[in-house]
Design a protein around this ligand. Structure first.
Ligand code: ATP
Ligand code: MG
Length: 284
């Protein structure tokens, strides 16, 4: 079996009164993808921050690429790539210059940096736009450049925070293919997503976070079997309504999850006889 590259052991993190993470444990092996699913504020980014050494845990511990994230932060950082939720791209620089900058920061010689940058631009289909400032890129191109930046140092472990949020279906599939190829190459990938569909397609295993706690762990197939096969899809006029509805559904003991797109919510049910309960929860 391949080596464990990410291991969180009962990681906790509080911000004052807010308990962002509580007792979160998970494990990702080389060459596999773990999908971290959860609602807004579930703690996904906080966990990535802990695992990438940006934020110390307040309890528990984590080992990434064989090194402790608190005591051996520098060694961890040398082995990981991160594509954050908010793009690390410098808009004023061209795609090429963005990559060059990171390669040089990582210690590559000018020549090696240029080679790596060109390699990545080609791999991500950005050659034609390499000499344009990144601010002229489309959302999908930016996301690809962002991912390329995370790969400059040839990481063994890759963290992707909502890599496909805001992308159109075609760009999304393109990104999925890149992630699949990286995993096939032996990279351990932890990605967060709000889309069950994305986790289903990409992840070898899934961890569902709910208010900072692990609510479920398993393969997509196992999780689907557990939640049942029927889902009531609810659409809302705005995010405020959606948030209020999610609260009401949870208070009624239902388990709302992000739906097919950002404005929808899915509620798993065992049978159609449960639909009235969903309606009643919304009514209250
Ligand atoms: N620096 C901070 N100071 C105070 N509270 C924080 C801080 N960072 C995160 N939190 C809180 O921790 C909780 C988890 O936030 P986090 O950003 O990890 O959620 P998330 O799952 O990434 O959400 P989203 O899907 O919206 O990106 C939230 O309640 C958030 O307000
Ligand atoms: Mg987040």
């Amino acid at each position: 079996m391949s080596a464990t590259m990410i291991e969180a052991r009962r990681v906790g993190r509080t911000f004052g009164e807010v308990r962002a993470l509580h007792d979160v444990s998970l494990r990702v092996r080389a060459g596999s993808v773990l999908g971290l699913l959860g609602h807004n504020g579930a703690g996904k980014t906080t966990l990535i921050n802990v695992l990438t050494t940006a934020l110390p845990p307040t309890s528990g511990s984590a080992v990434v690429a064989g090194h402790d994230v608190v005591r051996q932060g520098r060694q961890v950082r040398r082995r990981i790539g991160l594509t954050g939720q908010f793009a690390a791209v410098d808009d004023r620089l061209t795609g090429h210059a963005n990559l060059l900058l990171v390669a040089r920061l990582l210690g590559a010689s000018p020549r090696a940096a240029r080679r790596r940058s060109e390699e990545l631009l080609a791999a991500f289909g950005l050659e034609h736009a390499a000499r344009r400032p990144a601010r002229t890129y489309s959302g999908g191109m930016r996301r690809r450049l962002d991912l390329a930046i995370g790969l400059v140092g040839r990481p063994d472990v890759l963290f992707l925070d909502e890599p496909t949020t805001g992308l159109d279906p075609a760009s999304r599939v393109q990104l999925w293919e890149i992630v699949e190829a990286l995993a096939a190459d032996g990279v351990a990938v932890l990605l967060t997503t709000q889309y069950l569909e994305e986790a289903d397609r990409l992840a070898d295993s899934i961890v569902v976070l709910d208010s900072g706690e692990v609510a479920a762990t398993g393969t997509a197939r196992e999780l689907k079997a557990r939640v049942g096969t029927l889902t009531v899809q609810l659409s809302f006029a705005g995010p405020g309504q959606r948030a209020a509805a999610e609260d009401a559904l949870r208070r009624s003991g239902l388990r709302p999850a992000p739906g097919a797109d950002g404005s929808a919510v899915g509620v798993p049910v065992e049978s159609s006889a449960e639909v009235p309960a969903v309606v009643r929860a919304l009514d209250t």
